[in-house]
Design a protein around this ligand. Structure first.
Ligand code: NAP
Length: 548
């Protein structure tokens, strides 16, 4: 039976069945599932509202790269039918409104403590649960601790000499001021050309007196071809939601759209070039889905990238700038960017592309970015420098398992877990959509739903079986991590310096973190483990260890 909240009138330590860290889409659905099962849940969130990623990333142009009709919860038919998206790719304010609507519709806010950061989570061997402490000095005693902290939440502030001395306006895309900023007529610099930079650059260029783009690695930007959604399209998708959900869950990518099954290389040259043009004109993920073996076949990938480089050359008037914007890595090995007018923006008189691979940023002064002997005077500097992805938001919390072992020590050589869900030695601690899962390569909403459902069913099963604890077994954890690495090594992914590999953070172990074995395959493995008495996990009834 779920424990009852014993905390009434006791402000120092509060007892709940589960603490969930984070009130993004993952934390909210986790809360909803557990609460519906009768568990007491406390969600702790550092922001002053729900939304997670979509609360923090308010930079100009922030927009989803999964089509909005699919970037929606499927757990409630009523929610699906009542919500109307307005654009093919929803912008951040609309997605935030959607998440706020979910929180209100299911009355989730009363269970969330805002503006509070979890500082530590310590496994309590006596109480068989977790002591979770916050920066407000509270302690929660919880049987389960669920990390819904997000894979892309810990902003990366690069260690550039003099960064603290810069006196102009200074923003990170993932910590953008809530009320926006007016940068009209300013000399703006932006560091970073990943998804955030690619989305922000065209809009910043329209405001700036001059925009300097400091680019270390060029990225592929596929045109989003964003457009308003028409009522008949919305109605059609709504009538097919069940089937779309089924197809998405049965797919490798977690998205219902599937491109051609045959390699385009089998087609005559003219025919396939015509197909690339058609798919490029549709934009979004349709272009990369043209290539079924994109991440395992160098030939297919070369063909995909040659076409994009030709588009860049045809769009950007200055051939030198076009060459500098042309990526060299395999398409998809760094997350593809979707953009609007990205390459066109470099034709503007007020935009300068600065190649900081060739001449790195040496320092910041109080008014400028310095690269070699060139000094770029700025009123405003925007960091679009990404995240300490997948592990950053977890390791910023002092998480300690059995025997006081710190997660950061256990993960010193890279993250270790079983099915991405649990870590050996950290009983009753669940991680949502983190390393060892396919979440960051798929549609996050689908991945979130799967994790929340698996975890809540597991918690419920433990109760039914009279088990106090569940944790990953060391040997299954080792087997899983070696499988995660083996499948990654069969692909082109490890050839690029991506955040998937931790390569964007100096000193971070270079380990491929997402599971590239496909969403459907992953879901099947998780289901199989659960239906085989939680195979790969160890269950503990009361205080006497019992094998699963
Ligand atoms: P990112 O992809 O990691 O890009 C960071 C950029 O900053 C890269 O160009 C990187 O260069 C550059 N950089 C970092 N440190 C630097 C330094 N010291 N000097 C010069 N350049 C530096 O980060 P992001 O653009 O925020 O995107 C992260 C992920 O968030 C995306 O891959 C995507 O999954 C998600 N996202 C999605 C959307 C969307 O749905 N449309 C939008 C934004 C973000 P290097 O490449 O050389 O490291």
């Amino acid at each position: 039976m779920p424990l009852k909240d014993l905390s009434a009138g006791a402000p120092a330590t509060r007892n709940v069945d589960a603490v969930v860290v984070g009130a993004g889409m993952g934390g909210l659905y986790m809360l909803y599932r557990l609460r519906e099962m009768g568990f007491s849940v406390q969600v702790i969130e550092s922001g002053d509202d729900v939304g997670g990623t979509w609360y923090w990333n308010r930079y100009p142009g922030a927009r989803c790269d999964i089509e909005s009709m699919y970037y929606s919860f499927s757990f409630s038919r009523e929610l699906q039918q009542e919500w109307n998206w307005t654009e093919r790719y929803a912008a951040q304010p609309e997605i935030l409104r959607y998440i706020q609507h979910v929180a209100e519709r299911f009355n989730l806010r009363p269970h969330i403590q805002f503006e509070t950061r979890v500082t530590s989570a310590t496994f309590d061997e006596e109480q068989l649960g977790w002591q979770v402490k916050t920066d407000h000095g509270e302690t929660y005693q919880a049987r389960f601790c669920i990390m819904a902290t997000g894979s892309l939440s810990a902003a990366n502030l690069p260690a550039i000499e003099g960064i603290e001395t810069f006196k102009g306006d200074f923003y990170h895309t993932a910590q953008w001021p809530r009320d926006g900023v007016d940068l009209t007529g300013k000399r703006i610099g932006i560091i970073g050309t990943g998804s955030s930079g690619v989305q922000a650059i065209p809009l910043l260029a329209r405001q700036a007196s001059h925009l300097y783009v400091f680019q270390r690695t060029p990225n592929y930007c596929i045109p989003a071809r964003n457009a308003p959604l028409q009522p008949d399209y919305i109605a059609r998708i709504k009538s097919q939601y069940e089937d779309i959900g089924r197809r998405a869950r049965a797919s490798a990518s977690g998205v219902a759209y599937v491109g051609p099954a045959e390699s385009p290389l089998k087609l005559p040259v003219e025919e396939r070039q015509a197909m690339y043009k058609r798919h490029w004109a549709v934009g979004g993920s349709v272009y990369s889905a043209t290539f079924p073996n994109l991440l395992i076949s160098r030939e297919e990938n070369d063909e995909a990238t040659a076409f994009i480089r030709a588009q860049i050359k045809a769009t950007v008037k200055d051939p030198e700038v076009a060459a500098r914007l042309s990526p060299k890595h395999y398409l998809g090995t760094k997350r593809n960017c979707l953009g609007t007018d990205y390459y066109e923006t470099y034709n503007r008189e007020n935009v300068t592309l600065v190649d900081v691979k060739q001449t790195p940023i040496s320092r910041l002064t109080n008014t400028a970015v310095v690269c070699g002997d060139q000094q770029y005077e700025l009123d405003c500097l925007v960091l679009a420098t990404g995240f300490d992805a997948m592990t950053g938001s977890l390791l910023r919390i002092d998480i300690r398992g059995r025997g006081g072992v710190a997660l950061k020590d256990k993960w010193a050589d890279g993250p270790k877990n079983y099915l991405g869900l649990m870590v050996a030695g950290f009983p009753n601690l669940f991680i949502m959509t983190g390393p060892g899962t396919p979440a960051s390569l798929t549609n996050f909403v689908l991945a979130i739903e799967h994790h929340a459902e698996w975890i809540s069913d597991c918690v419920h099963d433990l109760d039914r079986q009279g088990a106090a604890l569940i944790e990953a077994r060391e040997e299954d954890e080792a087997r899983w991590i070696s499988h995660v690495n083996d499948v990654a090594d069969m692909t082109l992914f490890p050839t690029a310096n991506s955040w998937y590999l931790g390569a964007n953070i100096p000193g971070k172990p270079r380990v491929f973190m997402p599971y590239v074995g496909g969403f459907a395959n992953y879901v099947a493995r998780c289901a199989e483990a659960a239906s085989n008495g939680y195979h790969g996990f160890k269950l503990t009834p009361c205080k006497r260890p019992v094998e699963a």
